[in-house]
Design a protein around this ligand. Structure first.
Ligand SMILES: OC[C@H]1O[C@H](O[C@H]2O[C@H](CO)[C@@H](O)[C@H](O)[C@H]2O)[C@H](O)[C@@H](O)[C@@H]1O
Length: 562
């Protein structure tokens, strides 16, 4: 409980609610073994909702359970194929070997593999079908205007933060239009809903994901110099910025010197089960005594999905009890590092297009956020930035900082502010801070044989030890490598090499790129969490290409695990 239970909640759509009822019924019929609840909320209708609902109501039930063949026949006759509302589209700029592709990758095995990863953009390229545009009420898929690249497998639609690393890879592949199209789709979501959704589905309207839209625009601009694209994207960036810095997302904390700081948190506009995982959330909530406890848990589950780190001991009071998720009480280091970068990016873009007033106000905001992060997150004994937990019961008004409310557990997110060194290196951080953070990172325990672990605790959740995730590897490696410290640069390359090797090894044994890896050894894929590990995979492909571009691969460097 606590006063954070309140807050806005979006309404579900009639289609999502109905598909959720089918999901519940299907679990009863099929049982939990290899059951994926998301499948049901992705089903596209082939007839009107009322007709389909009537047919569903008419299905026979034995002790409340629909017999398997009746359920299967119903799904076959009233729905299209899952994923059928996204149609394959040939990416128009794709060529098997782009001119000037990864010139520093000299080792032939690695080069062949990199070209295979490059060719995976073809598998992951989609546009929404005409039926989605003509009859949006029959689809949970949203009618995005332009082609897109999806993560893969059960993630059939565009995801917000995945798109940043997909774009990084597309830029290596010289597919500039494909990268811009993704941003245009996300900007369309901002214009339509006021924020970038977690993913392009009606059931993701209630939340966003780590805000990296300005970073996408920045990468594209720095490669293409396309100022028209920047000018067109800026209004969406400004609108998104206000989503993250007002109302429920904004928290004021007074530090020990009496300065008041404004920081941001994740907070989903939802207090019922996540539709794509409703059967799972309902089961978790079943042991909770009251309706308000359940509502509280549902809001925390959706808010955690908004963090991108779903799920992790990072958000839990008790790492073995998912109902202790407390995400809306946590002021996260990484979210604020992304927003700090967004402020710098927007200040830069505004200046480029001659809007000095906006530029100045955002550069002021970035300084304020930097001061806030130093005051609230920085821990001078640990030499890391720590998440700050609001003490429960005082969710309104100004919070008084207390040192004991920093979370002292070690997570990879404690080092995400290093990513910004790339953009402000030498300006805001002095070299002694760099050296101290570097030391603390080196002894953190996070650096493992095959990359950076998400945390030190094996909770069974997917955003914990021993899993390593491409986005985290990439941001930390980029931060280290641009810190100006030689030692940090060497460490960055060392981590990149281990990560690339494990991606290569598992690609050879499984024939696929994976959404996450087990970094406790070379050649291990990731596990844990609430769904079957997925392949494809957008951000992993993007990060391998980006790291190969940055570090190259000499002829005589082994690619095999050693
Ligand atoms: O269906 C469960 C959850 O799946 C998504 O989260 C995971 O996959 C995303 C796509 O690769 C990724 O962005 C996220 O970091 C992963 O944890 C989805 O984003 C969640 O909202 C959803 O509940």
């Amino acid at each position: 409980g606590g006063c954070c239970d309140g807050g806005p909640a979006e309404h579900s759509t009639p289609l999502v609610s109905f598909l959720q009822r089918i999901q519940t019924a299907a679990l009863k019929t099929l049982g939990p073994k290899s059951f994926d609840p998301k499948f049901y909320v992705d089903l596209p209708l082939t007839r009107d909702l009322e007709i389909t609902e009537a047919a569903f109501a008419d299905l026979p039930r034995v002790h409340g359970v629909i017999p398997k063949h009746h359920l299967e026949r119903f799904i076959d006759s009233y729905f299209g194929d899952v994923g059928g509302d996204l149609v394959y589209v040939e990416p128009k700029e794709f060529v098997p070997e782009p001119e000037g592709f990864l010139p520093e990758v000299k080792n032939s095995k690695v080069r062949v593999w990199a070209l295979e990863i490059h060719s995976l953009w073809k598998n992951l390229s989609r546009r929404v079908s005409d039926d989605v545009k003509n009859r949006p009420e029959r689809h949970t898929l949203l009618p995005l205007p332009e082609p897109m690249i999806i993560p893969g497998s059960r993630f059939r639609e565009v995801y917000y933060w995945d798109s940043y690393w997909i774009i990084r890879g597309l830029l290596v592949s010289k597919m500039y239009d494909a990268a811009k199209e993704i941003v245009n789709n996300l900007a369309w979501l901002v214009d339509t809903y006021g924020h970038v959704l977690n993913g392009a589905r009606a059931y993701y309207v209630n939340r966003s994901q780590p805000p990296l839209l300005s970073s996408m625009v920045m990468e594209i601009y720095s490669r293409t110099g396309d100022l028209t694209f920047v000018r067109k994207s800026l209004p969406s960036l400004l609108k998104e910025y206000s989503f993250w810095n007002t109302e429920i997302h904004k928290v004021i904390i007074r530090d020990l010197q009496g300065h008041e700081h404004s920081l941001s948190r994740y907070f989903a506009m939802w207090n019922t089960p996540r539709p794509e995982s409703a059967t799972i959330d309902e089961k978790s909530a079943s042991k909770l005594p009251s309706a308000s406890d359940k509502e509280h848990f549902y809001r925390q589950a959706a808010s955690t999905a908004e963090t991108g780190w779903d799920f992790s001991s990072r958000w839990m009071r008790n790492s073995s009890d998912i109902t202790t998720l407390s995400t809306t009480l946590i002021i996260p280091v990484d979210l604020n590092a992304y927003l700090y970068k967004a402020e710098l990016d927007i200040a830069f873009f505004a200046k480029e297009i001659g809007d000095d007033q906006t530029s100045e106000s955002f550069s002021k905001a970035s300084k304020a956020r930097q001061f806030a992060m130093r005051s609230i997150f920085w821990n001078a004994e640990m030499n890391q930035w720590l998440d700050y937990w609001l003490s429960s019961g005082d969710c309104q008004g100004v919070h008084q900082f207390e040192a004991k409310n920093q979370n002292h557990n070690i997570f990879a997110s404690n080092f995400i502010p290093m990513w910004n060194w790339r953009h402000v290196s030498g300006v805001h951080e002095n070299s002694s801070t760099v050296e101290r953070v570097l030391k603390s990172f080196q002894v953190s325990g996070l650096i493992q044989p095959a990359g950076i672990a998400t945390s030190l605790l094996n909770s069974g959740q997917q955003w914990d030890y021993p899993n390593g995730w491409a986005p985290i590897e990439h941001m930390i490696v980029e931060g280290l490598s641009n810190s100006g410290s030689r030692a940090a640069g060497k460490l960055a390359e060392d981590i990149a090499v281990r990560w690339i090797r494990t991606n290569f090894a598992t690609y050879n044994t499984t024939g696929a790129m994976h959404e996450k890896y087990g970094v406790n050894g070379c050649g291990i894929v990731g596990g844990g969490g609430e769904y079957k590990p997925q392949t494809g995979f957008g951000w992993s492909n993007g990060v391998v290409l980006a790291l190969l571009e940055e570090f190259g691969w000499p002829v005589d460097r082994e690619i095999e695990c050693n």
